[in-house]
Design a protein around this ligand. Sequence first.
Ligand code: ADP
Length: 398
Amino acid sequence: MIILVVNTGSSSLKYQLFDMEDRKVLAKGICERIAEDGHMNYKVGDETVFSKDIPLPDHGVAMQLVIDALIDKEHGVISDMNEIHAVGHRVVQGGSLFKKSEIITPEVEAGIEQLSVIAPLHNPPALVGIRACKKVLPNAIGVVVFDTSFHQTMPEESYMYAIPMEYLEKYNIRKYGAHGTSHRYVSERCAELCGKDKSEMNIITCHLGNGSSVTAIKEGKCYDTSMGLTPLDGLIMGTRTGTLDPTVVSFINEQTGMSASEIVSMMNKKSGLLAVSGISGDVRDICEAEAKGNHRAHIAREMLLKSVRHFIGAYAAELGKVDALVFTAGIGENDIELREKVCDYLGFMGVKIDTEKNNSRGEEVEITAPGSTVRTFVIPTNEELMIAIDTQALADGK
Ligand code: ADP
């Protein structure tokens, strides 16, 4: 079965075409700067076939150009667009409405639209992508995979905020989490690597990238996660604050006259590692500056390390027993020193890693040392494959 996976942002459209026979990526790329100056990149395997500026007035045009590239006589990978059996779309917010991936119906579209209130930056572009795709590929089965659905198993004590009940009942204000597709993929892969059923394991998964979250998984189900109503909560991130006292918002408002939405935007885009270091939100830049003796870069680095330890420690205590720890995403997969420094503190809960095995970037590897009671892994995330697997399962049953 040939499946197209689409991830639509406000000005971008990422795509991967899978042959599910061997789960191989046939082609992939990104359309960027949609409705601006337009740029498109198209790769077959790992070879870039083209990367060029091209007018992309809207997502519909971008989607059509993706299909044109995929079926092109010279560099295409399929001969007819009808070979694409199904399309899987990533949707950030599924709220409490969507507890699993779904075939797209008018009701599902309406649900995604309704949830735009809590994901104004993410759900509207996803709908634009879904509609553009339906026009260009009218015969393909459409599926949506939600970043939040894995976290829907959280119990009330994890997802509820201790505020008056009306805010949950009337406005659905609660913890939803994010990166669910990534946490699900790496935890399932971890269970597979341990030769166990996921229901037999308690796992803490650390998705550490520009956006970061840690998840506590109890017997295969999400028990708690560090992101909240939105991805602003939890760990310190590239440009996001992570957890802070909410009174900071009203205090800044009173002191500066900035509106609540301006403050939240500052907390999403101008804060985190970028604000503390004063240099960059990119961990590589921070490490480089820290090595040269920059004090603010050092504080940013220490805050990141502490933040990761904080959530692993908290979730170990929430779970009571931890069988495995997983690192994934840009920082988790590549930052050897962070893994070592974090795990150095975790001996009290049975974590011991092998420094030689840990000396690896972007590879799937078990880094557990002999004598460790917690198995520790680096598992490159693959959200697109997870979306393709869900899409195939739903399309198969239709
Ligand atoms: P996104 O959340 O945008 O998908 P990624 O998962 O790609 O982000 O992660 C980006 C982060 O990974 C950046 O902070 C970058 O500095 C970090 N990163 C990438 N490679 C390395 C490396 N070799 N060492 C440390 N950090 C790295």
